[in-house]
Design a binder for this molecule. Structure first.
Ligand code: SAH
Ligand code: SF4
Ligand code: F3S
Length: 466
């Protein structure tokens, strides 16, 4: 491997920028040393961790799953809700203890938490044993920071760069399914959400670079790509080049890669052209994650979601009508400040109306710096917990109902790995993103196979290869 390569990134103008002068002489410094990497949060972080893994392995580290064995611990953090933050701080306690026994241990924090100035201040004050703090915009500087730290310099970085980097190298977790960033950041500013502050303004990668990446992955034998962004369908708006997400999706479909997915789409930016592309190309999966957040127009307005329930329903019905056998999933927040019983009932009603294939449900968590965090909220936590329980029961009943519709049918499954629950089985996802445990051999891994569904539960299906 050519080490200096990994430190070169390009901005949108394709001007090459070298971030560090890391040459071969540093590599032996980390040979035989081990890294422990833990990822919190969403697919963005999962994919960022593939970039971090590349850097760590290029520097000579090998992976360990045992915290105590590590020479460097990297925690890729999430700030979306308080419990995500709590998990990181809980883990940090263990890291501190280890550092006392092993002073050379490098502790590195990155991700969304470290993109918040107030959190960085707390970390510096109360967790001064953390060696490297790096944000989400400048991960490519990580190798340099690790090398410098190994020379006993203590570095802390916080960056608000709005660049889009190309030529990023990844050590991907899978050889079958790949994540591809198409946009970074978010401009929507939903009043409850921290993401626009941690990930910055919406920035799109150029279509030609994305297509190049898809073609390369196809050549390497990848079966599936997932186009990633906080709002994938806002793609292109910042570039002003005359193309949008529907154009990009169609071009990606034309590459012939077997399966294409995209997350997350915002109802506000969902166009008819997008629906046409999804229904026209067999390799664009009939699966749409379409967060609704609440069933109440009042709450949606306070959330700054930019659509009404009537508009959501219209879009929902259009997608269902035009995309054959489509599965639609959603995100729902309960307990937004002063959500009334009536507002919550509206949420239950929209779930009953849409019969979502699945829904990710959350109790509202105030995030410092957001508009909603300043709203007065008199609803007790016990009421919010009760609402979540009720909502989950309803959501799960519809997941089961939609899974049961597949009983006895034969569906195509991309087999990705050995089943977690049973080593004698393999598992994978249907085109509609339903998990199937399959009685079959490991030889099926990496293949798209017809599977007859023999059992259906709320969260998974069982099947046999036809
Ligand atoms: N960009 C995506 C998802 C972002 S985060 C979108 O807009 O759909 C994933 C989910 O976390 C959100 O859809 C929302 O349901 C939830 N979420 C975000 N901020 C939250 C908060 N402060 N409290 C509780 N849930 C939150
Ligand atoms: Fe957060 Fe809203 Fe942006 Fe999604 S669209 S990331 S919920 S601000
Ligand atoms: Fe968490 Fe950041 Fe994703 S806050 S959900 S890791 S964008």
């Amino acid at each position: 491997m050519n080490l200096p390569d990994l430190c070169v990134a390009r901005d949108r103008t394709k001007k090459e920028i070298s971030y560090m002068d890391l040459d071969q002489k540093y590599e032996p410094l980390f040979k035989g040393k081990k890294y422990f990497l833990r990822t919190y949060g969403c697919q963005m972080n999962v994919h960022d961790s593939e970039e971090i893994t590349f850097y760590l392995e290029a520097l000579g580290y090998t992976k360990t799953d045992t915290l105590e064995e590590a020479d460097i611990i990297v925690l890729n953090t999430c700030a979306i809700r308080e419990n995500a933050k709590d998990k990181v701080f809980g883990y940090l306690g263990r890291c501190k203890h280890l550092k006392q026994q092993k002073p050379d241990l490098i502790i590195c924090l990155c991700g969304c938490l470290t993109q918040q100035p107030s959190e960085v201040e707390t970390l510096k004050e109360k967790h001064s044993y953390v060696d490297i703090i790096i944000g989400t915009h400048n991960l490519n500087e990580l190798p340099e920071l690790i090398v410098k730290k190994s020379k006993k310099q203590n570095i802390q970085v916080y960056s608000n760069s709005d660049k889009v980097f190309e030529n990023i190298k990844y050590k991907r977790d899978s050889k079958i399914c790949a994540w591809i960033n198409i946009t970074y950041g978010c401009d929507k500013f939903c009043t409850y959400c921290i993401v626009p502050y941690t990930r910055g303004r919406e920035r799109s990668r150029k279509m030609e670079n994305i297509l190049e990446e898809v073609k390369e992955l196809k050549k390497e034998g990848y079966q599936e790509v997932t186009l990633l962004g906080q709002n994938v369908n806002a793609y292109g708006k910042d570039l002003d080049l005359g193309y949008d997400f529907a154009t990009l999706l169609e071009e990606v479909a034309k590459t012939g890669i077997p399966r294409i997915r995209f997350v997350t789409s915002h109802p506000w930016n969902f166009t008819d052209e997008m629906i046409d592309v999804i229904s026209k190309y067999d390799n664009v999966m009939p699966y749409v994650h379409l967060p609704i957040q609440s069933g109440s127009d009042e709450i949606l307005k306070k959330m700054n979601r930019k659509y009404t329930i009537a508009e959501y329903k219209e879009l929902f019905n259009k997608i269902k009508e035009k995309v054959k056998n489509v599965a639609i999933t959603t995100d729902i927040i309960v307990g937004f400040p002063n959500e009334t019983d009536k507002d919550f009932q509206d949420t239950l009603d929209i779930v009953k109306y849409c019969e979502f294939d699945n829904a990710f449900t959350f109790i509202y968590s105030p995030r410092v710096g957001t508009v909603a965090a300043l709203m007065k909220d008199e609803i007790p936590m016990s009421v919010k917990e009760e609402r979540l329980k009720k909502l989950n029961e309803l959501v799960n009943s519809y997941s089961l109902k939609s899974n049961k519709k597949l009983l006895g049918k034969t569906v195509e499954v991309l087999v990705t790995e050995v089943s977690e629950k049973d080593n004698n089985k393999v598992c994978g996802y249907t085109d509609t993103m339903k998990l199937v445990n399959i009685t079959g051999s490991k030889d099926l891994i990496g293949k798209i196979v017809p599977v007859k569904i023999t059992d259906a539960k709320s969260f998974s299906l069982d099947g046999i290869v036809e």
